[in-house]
Design a protein around this ligand. Structure first.
Ligand SMILES: Cc1cc2nc3c(=O)[nH]c(=O)nc-3n(C[C@H](O)[C@H](O)[C@H](O)COP(=O)(O)OP(=O)(O)OC[C@H]3O[C@@H](n4cnc5c(N)ncnc54)[C@H](O)[C@@H]3O)c2cc1C
Length: 446
């Protein structure tokens, strides 16, 4: 059910902020007798989940467990939380089966068996995909399912501005409705599912409205974060002089054989190394070449494979004036993913009572210092479901918060609040970066 909202306080049992894969899957795994509200800052389809191209990892068989685990750790510079990685891998088959149950159509071979592809830093093919629009396929099916549930109400263009907090317990949120008026949503449980932080950066593959609001609010209320300076730069986005979101050239293009070239048409890096290593090699090469990009050539991938596996990338590049079946394209690294976030335990619970965080905004340590390609949709889904099951198991109603005491006038100047929040998050990223650098220098000196 999609609602317009004209009240000044809306009461539900659980409020979820964000309707990407993590928010929707969390809602779908909550009991049907709970009233669930899901809000999004933009339209329902404008989430990064819709943009995911490459695919979603799965444990394809028991023999692949060790190398899937090791690949995730190696990409994460061994800073990963091993328990979280184990939970993600072990839960993957069940999540994929549930997605298929919702009608998600993964690529299959002529015998009807699932087909797997590979991306950088994976030692084997273990990624399920739907053309090069896997995220859209998954998220649109979850959205369709959510709309069938009468206990779930979706609100578009409603922005969380703050939480309602007393004694380290969360009682809901303050939000800005479609008309720009501050209102409150009270709930027994609140779930941040509000995505990444790309909107804070000039060059990013993320939607511009993803500005890490939940992080700023967490910092304001003393909710613990983990490694907010762990930010992934994707090596290959289409170079453009235009403003706005950068178009991603998925890692699976390199996984299928595309190569990176310098200005003399020479390869300069192994394209399948982890993302941070490839991105650094590109930055280095751009300096040597004195160019604002390097080039990516798909000459070793058969044209029919380009057209069937990467139709969206083919179309988008053509619109920018490049035919990827015939010529190399200019590519440049851009901000892409947020490994750090709001610190959560293995059930996605934050350091505040009655508050959970799931998806890219949360950090359970799965990705360590650098995410392995195609692990994020999986991690978002696995830990969103765990949040839902944990709330269900330990459900406690809340009372004792008087919304009459909330001064909504404090939230009227949205622009001021936005720039305040941006500064809070960027300052914290810088602070943690410095702290990590100092720590690393000390370790080197020992
Ligand atoms: C171009 C691109 C390609 C990718 N490809 C892959 C891939 O192939 N495989 C993979 O595993 N991962 C991929 N990823 C990463 C993956 O898509 C994301 O990590 C994942 O979808 C995050 O899901 P989420 O639910 O946490 O957040 P999102 O899907 O980003 O959803 C965030 C939601 O929160 C809402 N929101 C934010 N702030 C507020 C607020 N203040 N008030 C109300 N609502 C708010 C937003 O409107 C949105 O609905 C890709 C990402 C990008 C950008």
């Amino acid at each position: 059910m999609i609602r317009r909202n004209d009240k000044f306080n809306i009461k539900s049992d659980i409020i979820i902020i964000g309707c990407g894969v993590s928010g929707l899957y969390c809602a779908l795994n909550l009991p049907k007798d709970k009233r669930i509200t899901v809000i999004t800052k933009d339209s329902l389809e404008n989430s990064d989940s819709f943009l995911a191209q490459g695919g979603i990892c799965v444990l394809k068989n028991e023999n692949d467990y060790d190398s899937f685990f090791e690949d995730t750790l190696r990409a994460g510079h061994y800073e990963n939380n091993k328990e979280s990685v184990d939970i993600m891998i072990r839960s993957s088959r069940n999540v994929i089966n549930e997605l298929i149950g919702y009608g998600v159509d993964f690529e299959r071979d002529e015998n009807g068996e699932l087909t797997y592809t590979r991306e950088g830093a994976h030692s084997d093919k273990r990624i399920l995909f739907h053309e090069d629009i896997t995220g859209k396929e998954i998220t649109s099916k979850l959205l369709t399912e959510t709309k069938k549930h009468h206990n779930i109400t979706l609100y578009e263009h409603v922005t969380m501005l703050d939480i309602l907090e007393k004694d380290n317990t969360c009682y809901g949120i303050v939000a800005r409705n479609e008309a720009g008026t501050p209102i409150t949503f009270t709930a027994d449980y609140t779930v941040f599912a509000s995505g990444g932080i790309g909107g804070l950066f000039t060059h990013s593959t993320n939607f511009r409205h993803l500005t890490g609001d939940a992080l700023a609010i967490s910092l304001k209320h003393g909710i613990r974060l983990q490694n907010p300076d762990y930010i992934q730069i994707h090596p290959t986005t289409l170079y453009s002089k235009k403003d706005g979101r950068r178009f991603l050239i998925s890692e699976s293009v390199r996984g299928e054989g595309a190569i990176l070239l310098n200005k003399n048409n020479e390869r300069f890096v192994n394209e399948l190394l982890p993302r941070d290593v490839v991105a650094n090699a590109i930055f280095e090469q751009m300096k040597i070449d004195n160019m604002p990009y390097v080039r990516l050539s798909l000459e070793h991938i058969p044209t029919d494979e380009i057209l069937t596996h990467f139709p969206n990338i083919y179309k988008q590049c053509l619109e920018e004036g490049y035919d990827i079946t015939k010529e190399p394209i200019p590519v440049v690294p851009a901000q892409h993913y947020f490994m750090g976030g709001i610190d959560v335990n293995r059930y996605s619970k934050t350091s505040m009572e009655h508050l959970y965080a799931v998806g890219e905004t949360a950090c359970n340590g799965v990705h360590g210092k650098n995410r392995l390609a195609s692990n994020s949709l999986l991690e978002s889904l696995v830990f969103a479901k765990r949040a839902a099951l944990d709330m269900t198991k330990n459900y406690e109603s809340l009372s004792g918060y008087d919304i009459a005491n909330v001064n909504l006038n404090n939230y009227k100047n949205y622009q001021r609040l936005q720039s305040e929040y941006k500064k809070i998050v960027l300052d914290e990223i810088e602070r943690m970066k410095t702290e990590h650098e100092q720590h690393n220098n000390e370790v080197e000196c020992r």
